[in-house]
Ligand binder design. Structure first.
Ligand code: TYM
Length: 335
């Protein structure tokens, strides 16, 4: 089976509906066909301001949501980035073949520093895409399932793989970006021209997987809709309704066309009421399962220890190859 790898940051107390529908649902569906490796990039989460008291907890909550959302630890490898030191070690080597100008052109870094100013940004944030490249290249995966917003980072990983191979000899697999069709991008409920994100202007724009069901339902019902009354899909003219249709379609597995046909002659309100119900129905079992997992942190940590061990067996072999190729003196221990 071909290998896949992906991760989601533990940067909030819950994943949001965009992470769930745009990423996790796909990850789950690919577990049988591929040898999947999923991890929680906690080292990426310290590149911005954060509270150390929250991080470990958020990491466990993120893992619990992966599993509650359908990641099967018997089929797939699941681990936490900081448990596998090879990520940081390979990142250093890759930093040394990344151009300063090349890293400066990453749009996510530019966007973030445009708001805060570069004096408030860390070197870690600057080097973040290189760490992400290390995350990927260590496992020599065929593909990396991510949303459109990660495309440029994937492109850097591909460039670094090619550059390293060219300079030091065939070492890395050049990974493919596995990006779902347009349908999988979820927008902010209050501002349907911006992607749903934890840094949303208003909490009403974002549904968290662990939101109280009443809150989640209310957010759907108060979502911004568009002029007119007719329900049909048009991202340009009807971004609000189109976003609700996308959410409906991804949650229910029905096509957008068939949903539109069902709501012929009905009003926006009808769609919202039904969608609110569907969201609550889908989130409830995930929330219950996540809570069960979080009630037994020792068991969760045992699962993660097993995952880290599986991951390290792959990562350490790649890193040993890299260290050898770049000319580091072998340690007695590795001989
Ligand atoms: P992150 O944590 O921002 O997002 C995790 C995944 O969720 C997708 N996503 C969305 N999809 C649809 N609609 C949305 N509104 C939406 N918001 C987020 C993202 O595209 C992503 O697939 N740098 C990465 C984490 C990372 C990583 C890696 C990923 C670190 N190392 C190695 C893959 C491989 C990030 O910050 O994703």
């Amino acid at each position: 089976r071909r290998r896949l790898l992906s991760g989601m940051q533990p940067s909030a107390d819950s994943l949001h509906l965009g992470n769930y529908l745009g990423a996790l649902v796909n990850w789950v569906s690919m577990q049988d066909e591929y040898e999947a490796i999923y991890f929680v990039p906690d080292m990426h989460a310290i590149t911005v301001q954060y509270d150390p008291a929250d991080l470990a907890n958020r990491t466990r909550i993120t893992v619990a949501q992966y599993i509650a959302g359908g990641i099967d630890v018997e089929k797939s490898t699941l681990f936490v980035q900081s448990h596998v030191p090879e990520h940081a070690e390979l990142a250093w080597v890759l930093n040394c073949i990344t151009g300063f100008g090349e890293a400066s052109r990453m749009t996510q870094f530019k966007d973030k520093t445009a708001k805060q100013g570069s004096d408030n940004a860390s070197v870690g944030l600057f080097a973040y895409p290189v760490l992400m490249a290390a995350d990927i290249l260590l496992y020599r995966p065929y593909g990396v399932p991510v949303g459109e917003d990660q495309r440029q980072h994937l492109e850097l990983a591909r460039n670094l793989a090619q550059r390293f191979n060219h300079r030091f000899g065939e070492t890395f697999v050049v990974p493919e970006a596995v990006i779902p069709a347009e349908g999988a991008k979820i927008y902010d409920l209050q501002n349907p021209n911006a992607k749903m994100s934890k840094s949303a202007d208003s909490p009403a724009g974002l549904i968290n997987i662990l939101d109280n069901p009443k809150t989640a339902a209310k957010k759907i019902k108060s979502a911004v809709t568009d002029d007119g009354t007719e329900i049909h899909f048009d991202r340009e003219a009807k971004p609000g309704i189109s976003n609700l249709l996308t959410i409906y379609s991804t949650l229910s597995g029905k096509s957008i066309d068939s949903i539109v046909a069902d709501y012929q002659g009905k009003m926006y309100g009808h769609l919202k009421v039904d969608l609110a119900e569907l969201v609550v129905e889908r989130l409830a079992p995930i929330q219950a399962r996540a809570q069960e997992l979080l009630d037994d942190p020792a068991e969760l940590d045992r699962l993660l220890a097993r995952g880290a061990e599986k991951a390290r067996s792959i990562a350490s072999a790649t890193l040993a190859d890299v260290y050898d190729k770049v000319g580091f003196l072998p340690t007695g221990a590795r001989r």
